[in-house]
Design a protein around this ligand. Structure first.
Ligand code: PLP
Length: 820
């Protein structure tokens, strides 16, 4: 925080009502999450009300931690806590923003802000690196760019910072005003206008207009004038002296020309005074070139010389800047954060680590933080963080990091260089650990990750945990705040990896998990998942496991009820169960004719506690089955009412799956069961733009071959290139879950953004694609499906449904999780 504030100041800034002031206390930190408290006394806890939870629920816990100052909604009952300070406001999120606005107003150095559809985070990171060579830079951690993310980013600005770079992102109309008011950028960058996520805006024009309002008070705005719609609006609204346009055509403030070379590109910028500035950049794809152009012009506008910008660029790599969770050596888990190592980034990584499977040794590999600013202050904070997150072992690389040796003599081992670390590190000393690797780019920690990761073969499934949260929140908005959510994580969480997904779901605040079989539930419990778990199809043999691991079986017939009841009697156990009503699915479940017997069984067997009663719709995704769905729901209401009559307590009632949530919002009852929607497929097609793909299946090219006309490709000689051409062999086959029905042109993959159709039959571990005329080489990445290739479309192509494609991906394909 730029400046410490008293409780009175907080009250004045937020316009709240203050109870129990403590004049001595000064606040230097803000937290919205009970797990992130470092200095409880100095922390203001802001109780936000979100889709998932009410922050106020955590207040007793925070009081135990020692937090003394709380910003709460006005209806909060503070009487139970007489000696603590509560500042009551009508809207805590708004109050958080007002505090951020206040802190921002104290910072007089330049603030750069970036908005647009794509590239915001990368432009921020690159600009941060280039300016960071000379200045102490504050920047938003990861993509903290929202109504809550921006305030948190602003609180990261400290008095020693010389420039701040903040990202701004909006998802619907009306949101920019609050961001503008807080950020008040001096220099703006508009990256570009994608077509994604049009939802939430009336039209493209209104979306541009809204985004541009961020810059209404800025001195300068950098943009690409080749984007017609954007530049037209900018030119209509902003005066010439404020606009800094670049273009690939002559006439802009900066005219760009690009020469693609073997490794990267040469980029020449000509200013309107005809001076030219040449830069060598290490990449040649259009998106990176666009991003770096914004970065260069911003750095020039801030007074950097071409030489110093070039120096910064030559240290940039188009590396993966995401925080990823990967399978590591000897069943360890790796958190790979080898790109971002300022304090703000470190906190995000630590927080992410904390959400992962508990009960592991925690290892930290950390380099010097090459962040400008007072080292004492920085390492003091690092020390606090390490204490708080309780690392068992710390490996430090660099010079300043040896500071930690004094603080952690038992657990710290220091190395002067990454080479020394690699030479002395025995990978086999790790087993079943949680290893966080985070370091400045120049330390080349990629090599450390390489050494410690489980060999990842060509094919990986990357899962975007932010997209998962996005999808979850989309469904949360469709249901009432009181309705609970059960997330179905059966079949390895629809292929995504049950434990990691369940972890994230637990963090997001879901209420229940659903699995198909008991062993799936046992696996979740063994990894520390605490949520209640319903098991759709628990077998007689697994009753013992259900009881031992606190799993709640679905009971679907009188016979099943009787055998589970007698098992419980013999073992003197009680078990929570769920009753499945068959209203038309005709898979499992009680039919109407069983109800009499069921009621008798319930009355005589109190050792089975009814946790819920539910039914499952057969065609909620298809309009033609609407009448049938209604009749199912009506039948269900009658059936559950009949059962409720004999129960002295009230179980949860539920019926809707993902499609049902969209189509039958009036039948939420107490809970909904979310499946495919969470994983990014909106099966009714009504909101297909609103969800994000959560997974990308990728592989690499193993070999390129040039073929003569008439030569055939693969088994049974099914593939032919009549006039010859070029093929690429990919490291994925039907044993990985790439369906053989994609053979012979039914499927395609994306390589460097271009479609390459499957040629010949898909083999067990490989397949071939036609890359004639494309510039590709062995080692290039091929995307099988992901954000750019819709699962629905692919599934239609081979006559199946997205569910099958998702769940077919073999467990031999490594799952990698990331936050973007
Ligand atoms: C799989 C399943 C769901 C989830 O269905 P989606 O269509 O994936 O949302 C809900 N309820 C039951 C009983 C299921 O088996």
């Amino acid at each position: 925080m730029f400046q410490e504030v008293s409780q009175d100041q907080i009250q004045a800034v937020t316009g709240g009502m203050l109870l129990n002031r403590n004049e001595e206390l000064l606040i230097s930190q803000t937290a919205i999450d009970s797990r992130q408290i470092l200095h409880p006394e100095k922390t203001l806890f802001v109780a936000l009300r979100g889709a998932k939870a009410d922050g106020a629920d955590f207040i007793p816990q925070l009081i135990d931690l020692g937090v003394k100052t709380f910003l709460v909604h006005q209806d909060f009952e503070e009487k139970a806590f007489p000696d603590l300070c509560f500042i009551k406001v009508s809207d805590t999120r708004r109050a958080l923003q007002l505090l951020a606005k206040f802190q921002r107003s104290l910072f007089t150095n330049p603030v750069v802000s970036i908005t647009g559809s794509n590239g915001k985070t990368i432009v921020k990171e690159w600009l941060g690196q280039i300016l960071g060579q000379k200045y102490a830079v504050a920047k938003s951690p990861k993509s903290y760019n929202s109504q809550v993310g921006v305030p948190l980013s602003i609180f990261g600005i400290e008095s020693y910072h010389q420039v701040a770079i903040l990202e701004a992102g909006i998802s619907k109309a009306g949101e920019m005003a609050a961001l503008e008011e807080m950020i008040k950028p001096d220099l703006g960058i508009f990256t570009n206008l994608g077509s994604a996520h049009q939802e939430g805006f009336e039209s493209l024009e209104s979306k541009i207009q809204e985004k541009l309002s961020l810059f209404s008070d800025s001195n300068f705005l950098i943009y690409c004038s080749d984007q017609k719609q954007v530049s037209e609006q900018i030119e209509a609204v902003f005066p010439t002296k404020k606009r800094i346009a670049w273009s690939d055509r002559a006439g802009a403030d900066f005219t760009r020309s690009v020469k693609v070379k073997a490794k990267g590109a040469r980029l020449i910028l000509m200013k309107s005074d005809l001076s030219t500035h040449t830069f060598q950049v290490p990449f040649s794809d259009l998106a990176s070139l666009e991003n770096i152009t914004h970065v260069i012009i911003a750095a020039m506008t801030l007074g950097q010389t071409s030489e110093s910008i070039q120096e910064g660029i030559s240290h940039l790599k188009s590396v993966d800047m995401r925080l990823t969770l990967k399978p590591g050596i000897n069943d360890s888990l790796l958190i790979d954060d080898t790109y971002n190592n300022d304090l703000a980034g470190l906190k995000v990584a630590l927080d992410f680590m904390q959400q992962q499977r508990p009960k592991r040794r925690k290892i930290l590999v950390l380099s010097d933080l090459l962040q400008q600013g007072s080292p004492e202050k920085i390492y003091l904070e690092v020390t606090d963080l390490i204490r708080k997150y309780q690392f068992d072992q710390i490996y430090g690389v660099g010079k300043e990091i040896f500071y930690l040796d004094r603080e952690f003599p038992e657990s710290f081992t220091g190395f002067k260089s990454t080479e020394e670390l690699l030479a002395k590190l025995d990978p086999d000393s790790f087993a079943n650990d949680m290893i966080l690797i985070t370091g400045a780019r120049v330390f080349g920690f990629e090599e450390v990750v390489n050494r410690l990761q489980q060999r990842i073969h060509g094919t990986t499934l990357e899962i975007n945990l932010n997209a998962l949260t996005h999808n979850y929140n989309f469904y949360k908005k469709l249901i009432s705040p009181k309705t609970k959510v059960m997330v179905m994580v059966k079949a390895f969480a629809y292929g995504g990896g049950a434990v990691e997904i369940a972890n994230q779901i637990q963090t997001m605040g879901a209420d229940y998990l659903g699995v198909a079989f008991s062993d799936e539930g046992v696996a979740l419990r063994k990894q520390g998942i605490k949520l209640p778990i319903m098991v759709l199809n628990a077998m007689q043999e697994s009753f013992g496991l259900c009881s031992e691991f606190d799993l709640e079986p679905v009971v679907f017939s009188p016979d099943f009820f009787e055998s589970l009841a007698s098992w419980c009697t013999i073992h003197q156990k009680t078990i929570r169960i769920h009753l499945d009503m068959d209203t038309g699915m005709h898979r499992l479940g009680f039919e109407n004719k069983h109800l009499g017997e069921l009621k008798r069984l319930i009355k005589t067997n109190p050792q089975l506690q009814i946790a819920s009663i539910y039914t499952h719709l057969v065609g909620a995704d298809e309009e033609i089955h609407q009448e049938f769905s209604f009749s199912q729901l009506r039948t269900f209401e009658e059936m559950k009412n009949e059962i409720l009559e004999v129960l002295p307590y009230k179980p949860l009632i539920h019926a809707l799956n993902s499609a049902g949530i969209v189509a039958f919002p009036d039948f939420q009852f107490d809970m909904v069961r979310l499946g495919i929607g969470l994983y990014g497929v909106e099966v009714t097609g009504k909101h297909s733009l609103a969800l994000r793909a959560i997974s990308t299946l990728k592989t690499t090219i193993s070999q390129i071959k040039e073929l003569d006309p008439g030569e055939t490709i693969g088994y049974s000689r099914k593939g032919v290139l009549n006039s010859g051409g070029k093929i690429a062999t990919l490291a994925i086959g039907y044993a990985d879950g790439y369906d053989r029905r994609f053979s012979n042109g039914k499927g395609y993959v994306l390589i460097n953004g271009h479609k390459a159709p499957i040629i010949g039959n898909v083999c067990m571990d490989m397949c071939m694609v036609d890359v004639s005329g494309m510039d590709v080489k062995a080692g290039d990445e091929a995307i099988i499906y992901g954000e750019q290739i819709s699962l629905k479309e692919l599934a239609d192509q081979i006559g199946t449904i997205p569910y099958e494609l998702l769940t077919n991906i073999s467990t031999r394909v490594k799952r990698v999780y990331y936050l973007d």
